[in-house]
Design a protein around this ligand. Structure first.
Ligand SMILES: Cc1cc2nc3c(=O)[nH]c(=O)nc-3n(C[C@H](O)[C@H](O)[C@H](O)COP(=O)(O)OP(=O)(O)OC[C@H]3O[C@@H](n4cnc5c(N)ncnc54)[C@H](O)[C@@H]3O)c2cc1C
Length: 386
């Protein structure tokens, strides 16, 4: 039967990245009828990447955004376990921990303060997670001792997942319990009649609400609905090396790069950040640079075969924080985008908040004010800053 003639969906979601699929997953579990409309294919956007770092913000200068992410990371393990149980598929998740090198006396002192603050912020007695400074030479079979002359931080809250597997697991759940249509680009929404317009000759879809979760491309649609441009895309590049035997090592963050060992015997290295870019494909020169920089502080990566490289475009709001909620001037149009570098660790909690806003339920954890539309529109918009 044509989708336009059946009973309208409660919710249409434009974009099958980690935000869109997490919202669909949450809404389906709350009993809503959901359709996800994806312009290309699942994982076509930034969520189809390689790195999968689920890294907490530093326990310093604490604020509601850091607390939100902390709460999300605490819950993620159970969320993924449940999702894996529901689908029988793996997300490649592991609480791997993270090493940070201390390169100067100043940094050592700074991180000793953070270690102290972590006792207040991370509640180690209740959660079991620690942020500790270890002496020079610690864990030097993984992070080169010369890269950490003043010691290291070793924290146990950080985790990793395979972005592509996580996405496929969410997509499997959504296709089984709801409707997921690839090759369906949303171009508009007639709010009065609940008609979602699609590109090409595709028949419209009827839905009572629409969520714009098209990653960086969502900023175009948001502008179409509100007349305001509140974010942009930022290119990033990563790669994976063969990494047999390294699967259980912690992640390293050094020299602005993550090294993240994965369950399938690969190690991801990333990422670059480019505000200006003319094409969205990976550059071989940048891949070489990533390998050289990572090998310098992690010699066990030397000579390992490159499995693949990849580039994507991160959605970044003007004010850095994600935009989650109802668009100004619209009763039935919502947005969820701008996760920038931390989307994978918070998507499930973002989804819970957005669906709660629609159903009138209380969210399990409140959105920070800086994630709400009021923070992003008006004086905060990108072109207003220039
Ligand atoms: C190199 C790199 C490394 C990264 N590493 C990490 C990391 O380690 N940890 C982390 O948490 N985050 C990381 N990120 C960031 C993370 O990948 C993004 O923030 C996240 O994937 C954004 O998810 P999204 O669902 O908002 O958008 P996307 O994943 O971009 O998904 C949007 C989807 O919407 C579709 N779409 C667009 N317009 C429309 C439309 N009109 N109609 C229908 N569909 C549409 C697109 O085809 C796409 O599939 C990294 C990003 C990059 C580039």
């Amino acid at each position: 039967m044509a989708l336009s003639t059946v009973q309208p969906f409660d919710l249409a979601i434009a974009g099958a990245g980690v935000f869109g699929l997490s919202i669909a997953h949450c809404a389906l579990k709350k009993g809503l009828r959901v359709v996800v409309l994806e312009a290309n294919y699942v994982g076509a956007g930034a969520s189809g990447g390689l790195l999968g770092a689920l890294m907490p913000h530093m326990p310093a200068r604490w604020n509601p955004k850091k607390e939100f992410q902390f709460q999300a990371l605490l819950k993620l393990e159970d969320h993924i376990e449940q999702l894996e149980f529901e689908t029988g598929l793996s997300c490649g998740y592991r609480r791997c921990g993270r090493i940070l090198p201390l390169t100067t006396q100043d940094k050592l002192e700074h991180h000793l303060e953070r270690a102290e603050e972590s006792k207040q912020r991370w509640h180690p007695k209740q959660t079991g997670f620690s942020y500790l400074v270890e002496p020079a030479g610690s864990r030097s079979d993984w992070l080169n001792a010369t890269a950490a002359p003043f010691g290291i931080v070793y924290e146990t809250l950080a985790a990793r997942a395979s972005p592509r597997s996580y996405l496929q697991v969410l997509a499997a759940f959504v296709s089984t319990r709801g409707t997921l249509i690839e090759g369906a680009e949303v171009t508009g929404f007639e709010e009065a009649s609940g008609t979602v317009l699609l590109a090409g000759n595709r028949e419209p879809v009827r839905a009572n609400r629409l969520v714009l979760s098209g990653g960086f491309a969502a900023f175009d649609l948001i502008e179409q609905f509100t007349g305001e441009r509140i974010g942009r895309g930022e290119k990033g590049q990563a790669l994976i090396l063969e990494g047999k035997g390294l699967e259980n090592r912690p992640a390293i963050y050094c020299d602005g790069l993550y090294v993240v060992p994965h369950a399938n015997g690969t190690v991801a290295i990333g990422s670059t950040s480019e505000r200006e870019f003319s094409d969205a494909t990976p550059s071989p020169g940048r891949s070489r640079e990533l390998i050289d920089r990572a090998t310098a502080f992690c010699p066990q990566l030397a000579g390992r075969e490159v499995v693949t490289d990849w580039a994507g475009i991160r959605p970044r709001c003007n004010k850095r924080d994600p935009l989650i909620g109802q668009l100004p001037g619209h009763d039935a149009v919502y947005a969820a985008t701008g996760g920038f570098k931390i989307s994978f660790g918070i998507a499930h909690q973002i989804a819970d908040c957005l669906v709660a806003e629609m159903t009138g339920d209380a969210p399990t954890y409140e959105l920070p004010a800086t994630f709400k539309p009021d923070h992003h529109f008006g004086i905060n918009r990108l072109d207003a800053d220039i």
